[in-house]
Design a protein around this ligand. Sequence first.
Ligand SMILES: [Zn+2]
Length: 160
Amino acid sequence: MKLSNNFSLYDLTRSQVAMRRNLTEQFTPPEPIVDNLRRLCELILEPLWLKFPNNLVITSGYRCARLNKIVGGSPNSTHTKGLAVDIDTKGILKNLGVAYYIFNNIPFQKLILEGSALQPQWLHVEIPQLNNNFERLIFWAEFGHRTRYHNLKPSEIWSQ
Ligand SMILES: [Zn+2]
């Protein structure tokens, strides 16, 4: 099923873990979640695809409750609602540069630089449940026994 010009439901639901464990519900999300995934594609992924064609890898989109639990996601993770996507980049493109592009060009609810503020291992991008509530919150996630989230001011990572 196509969600937008360049993305399909498969792109946003595929998961090796879910395949191996036969979590069939992972691949057939309820219609309200598919609607959220469509918005996620239109708002976040399509503009990124136009800017960075062939460089973006979706490492996690929608997660059914069972998959989310297995991968250690927080119980009310926005991934379970189809409102968040994790992206990584291939080639010479750096995740920090993509984060900067998102910050400057794309509406978002929350942007998380995962693992490091300066060399993020991947990016987590969220859209709001309601169309018009883009808070543009930026954090970096410090991995450890429990992940800690630190508020980031753009000036702290991107010098003028
Ligand atoms: Zn995420």
